[in-house]
Design a protein around this ligand. Structure first.
Ligand SMILES: Cc1cc2nc3c(=O)[nH]c(=O)nc-3n(C[C@H](O)[C@H](O)[C@H](O)COP(=O)(O)OP(=O)(O)OC[C@H]3O[C@@H](n4cnc5c(N)ncnc54)[C@H](O)[C@@H]3O)c2cc1C
Length: 437
């Protein structure tokens, strides 16, 4: 059946704004595959590229194997927000894991943003990086009450310099009246993730790693009972002493054990035409990376060239061209509700991607059947994938203590053996919760 296109499709790009406005560091589709490496890395997103850079810096021979092209996955399609804090929130983390571990988990995100910042400053990367802060907006009045408890704990236990913004002062942070207050963390940052991914690839290659695009890993054959594998790709086979899997929301065969632990939820983004300076200054005067407290959350920011990027899990569905266009229409309506002055503003880009969520919304990284892996960033992977790439390079370099997520139980999603049939059910439930105000 033919797809009915939404009203505005003329001039609308269905590719990622970030990838459309960044230049690849090279063409890696025809590079010669080495026969043997110390470390083979599956996936050329931030996890894989950061692992490659840091493993190469440790003196390892490294090959990155990417089914598509560098930055093709979530790393080149996200909101470009490197935000502080855990996906589950600090209070919930304390309840689940106790104060000491919750503090360590929380601080990992600060370390992760610091790593991005040091990569940017040490290598003079032109990736529009800015520490303009993160803002979480209260969708319901009781959410703001919850922020007060979180702020107190974050200041007392972590020393995090968070600030509360009551509804009466919300206009100092956002040109909208739909929210009931906010919590701001000045340590959050934003960056151009298209440029950043390509720069990571360049740095990895300069450090000695090789990158192989259009090289889908179709099988991994364990040699003996250790870590050595023959990694079979669509472009040939490599023997690797260690394999790191960094495939996140795009994990599939031959990594079935990991696939059953990832819920690949579609998240969607629209980007407006360039806006006048005065409008941008009204929408987000302090250029925060913003998201709200709904289950079907919205997230938004200003791009480096003064557009509004507005995203959300518009529908609980897998990303596909049809799904991306429908979601774009839903998001355009939502954007007009949050920012009434943008009703009628032209949308230049709409796209979607897969977020790698886990059952407990925590990061999972470690080793299974001789394969090392890191994924499940649950919507907070810009900074955490970059950080965990370094951590997993340290782990395969012998420093296993670097991975503090190692001992978290990692249950499979019940009944999840392939495409996630359960997403529409989850979507209906969370949508209902948001409507009960
Ligand atoms: C729309 C959207 C918005 C988001 N917004 C934010 C945000 O603002 N802030 C934030 O912190 N996080 C955000 N995230 C999440 C974040 O982008 C991801 O967690 C992060 O980029 C994951 O990086 P990665 O390198 O692990 O995986 P990816 O970037 O997804 O890369 C995985 C790669 O593995 C490759 N691959 C898969 N299977 C194979 C195989 N068999 N052989 C070879 N290669 C393979 C894929 O082609 C892909 O390129 C968002 C995600 C989406 C989709």
């Amino acid at each position: 059946m033919a797809t009915r296109l939404p009203a505005q499709t003329v001039g609308l790009k269905t590719s990622s704004y970030w990838l459309d406005t960044a230049t690849p560091s090279g063409d890696y589709r025809h590079t010669t595959l080495p026969q043997r490496v110390d470390v083979a890395i599956v996936g050329a997103g931030f996890t894989g590229l950061s692992a490659a850079l840091h493993a190469a810096k440790l003196g390892k021979s490294v090959a990155v194997l990417e089914a598509n092209t560098v930055n093709w996955g979530a790393s080149g399609r996200n909101g470009g927000m490197a935000t502080t804090g855990l996906a589950i929130g600090f209070g919930k983390a304390i309840k689940r894991y106790g104060e000491e571990r919750a503090i360590s988990y929380f601080q990992e995100y600060n370390h992760a943003i610091d790593l991005i910042e040091s990569l940017v400053t040490e290598n003079d990367l032109k990736v529009d990086y800015t520490r303009s802060g993160k803002m979480t907006l209260a969708w319901k009045p009781e959410h703001y009450e919850g922020f007060k408890g979180s702020a107190e704990k974050l200041k007392r236990l972590v020393g995090q310099p968070v600030q509360l913004v009551p509804k009466s002062e919300i206009r100092s942070e956002i040109g909208s009246d739909v929210y009931h207050g906010a919590i701001v963390d000045p340590l959050g940052a934003g960056l151009h993730v298209g440029k950043f991914g390509h720069e990571l690839a360049r740095l990895a290659v300069e450090a000695g790693a090789s990158i192989h695009e259009k090289a889908r890993v179709v099988d991994v054959k364990r040699i003996g009972r250790g870590y050595v594998h023959d990694v079979v790709t669509s472009r040939g086979t490599i023997r690797a002493d260690r394999v790191i899997v960094g495939t996140s929301g795009y994990t599939g065969r031959p990594f079935g054990w990991m696939q059953r632990r990832v819920v690949p939820v579609g998240s969607y983004i629209i980007v407006t035409e360039q806006l006048p300076q005065a409008v941008v200054d009204e929408l987000l005067p302090n250029r925060r990376m913003a998201s709200d407290s709904k289950n079907f959350l919205y997230y938004f920011r200003i791009t480096p060239d003064n557009r509004l990027l507005f995203g959300g899990r518009a529908r609980f569905a897998m990303s596909s061209p049809d799904s991306d266009l429908k979601s774009g229409e839903i998001l355009k309506k939502a954007m007009g509700e949050v920012f009434p002055r943008l009703k009628g503003t032209r949308i230049d880009y709409t796209w979607g991607g897969l977020v790698d969520i886990s059952m407990d919304q925590m990061v999972h990284a470690g080793e299974h059947d001789g394969l090392f892996y890191s994924m499940n960033y649950s919507g907070h992977g810009v900074q955490m994938a970059t950080w965990m790439g370094k951590v997993m390079a340290d782990v395969v370099g012998g420093n296993t203590a670097a991975n503090i997520w190692n001992d978290l139980p990692n249950p499979a999603v019940p009944g999840h053996f392939g495409p996630p049939w359960f997403l529409p059910l989850a979507g209906a439930w969370y949508g209902l919760l948001d409507k009960i105000r």
